[in-house]
Design a protein around this ligand. Structure first.
Ligand SMILES: Nc1ncnc2c1ncn2[C@@H]1O[C@H](COP(=O)(O)OP(=O)(O)OP(=O)(O)O)[C@@H](O)[C@H]1O
Ligand SMILES: [Mg+2]
Length: 249
């Protein structure tokens, strides 16, 4: 296994909406085999950074390389890159007119081009892992908020993509269930030769499970290092953030 296989390389990426800078001069390299926590206050730019990492937005300033390819607006290139990415969106982004099973199988059929029957077998196994086995015929409208989130997580995991991105998979969960979902994500990812990025506000549960922490503050990457270094960081925004956590102890 090539531990140094580069999945992501951002060079001086600046993302703007009108005159507002959402991400500022971001440099980031992710290689295979990493478990990364993406943290920061609400509005710090976490979702926007995940949109860049998932190729959904191509910044005008700076360069983005995913799996060794420089991104630009080319549908074939973007389709190819996106086959290597699993994404759980903060707002779930489920297909309301498809059943739970069809939603879970979607990345396998539409993304990887697997035959329907094979995709369904794999999607079923994934749904069982996230505790939604009994709901495969239900439409998303018939799921609770927590169940919708688990379906969104299942969809990000099902393809075993080299790069899997999770945008607050544990939002609103109690500490016990938050830990369970995070364990499920990292257990499922353990067999994949790739990397996982999890954004979450439940930093106390997330940090013990990762190898690296990225912190955004007002669109700037103010910390990039190990969880141990993060706990002790004296970078002002990071120190202010960790002061509010149990992990600072
Ligand atoms: N389409 C848009 N147009 C203008 N500004 C936007 C747009 N989308 C996001 N923003 C701004 O970008 C900033 C970063 O937003 P982002 O959603 O990445 O925050 P976040 O860190 O994910 O927050 P949260 O923890 O609440 O999910 C915010 O100030 C937000 O208002
Ligand atoms: Mg967000």
């Amino acid at each position: 296994m090539d531990q140094e296989r580069e999945l992501v390389s951002l060079r001086r990426v600046t993302l703007t909406y009108g005159l507002t800078k959402i991400l500022e001069r971001t440099d980031l390299r992710i290689v295979a085999g990493e478990r990364i926590a993406l943290v920061g206050q609400a509005g710090s730019g976490k979702t926007q950074l995940l949109r860049v990492l998932s190729s959904l937005v191509i910044p005008f300033f700076g360069s983005v390389r995913l799996f060794g390819q420089k991104l630009h607006r080319n549908q074939a290139l973007l389709a190819q890159v996106r086959r290597s990415i699993g994404m759980q969106f903060q707002g779930f982004a489920l297909f309301d007119s498809m059943t739970v099973l069809e939603n879970a199988a979607f990345p396998l059929v539409a993304g990887l081009g697997l035959p329907e029957a094979e995709a369904q077998v794999r999607a079923r196994a994934m749904l069982a892992q996230v505790g939604l086995g009994e709901f495969e015929g239900v439409l998303p409208g018939g799921l609770s908020g927590g169940q919708k989130r688990r379906l969104a997580v299942a969809r990000a995991l099902v393809g075993g993509a080299p790069l899997a991105l999770f945008d607050d998979p544990v939002a609103g969960l109690d500490p016990v269930n938050s830990g369970k979902i995070l364990d499920l994500i990292f257990a499922a990812r353990a067999g994949v030769e790739g990397s996982t990025v999890v954004c979450a506000h439940d930093v106390d549960r997330l940090l013990p499970r990762v190898t690296r922490v990225l912190m955004l503050h007002k669109g700037r990457l103010v910390f990039d290092g190990s969880p141990e270094e993060f706990r002790r960081s004296e970078e002002p925004a990071a120190a202010a953030f960790t002061a509010a956590l149990e992990v600072r102890a």
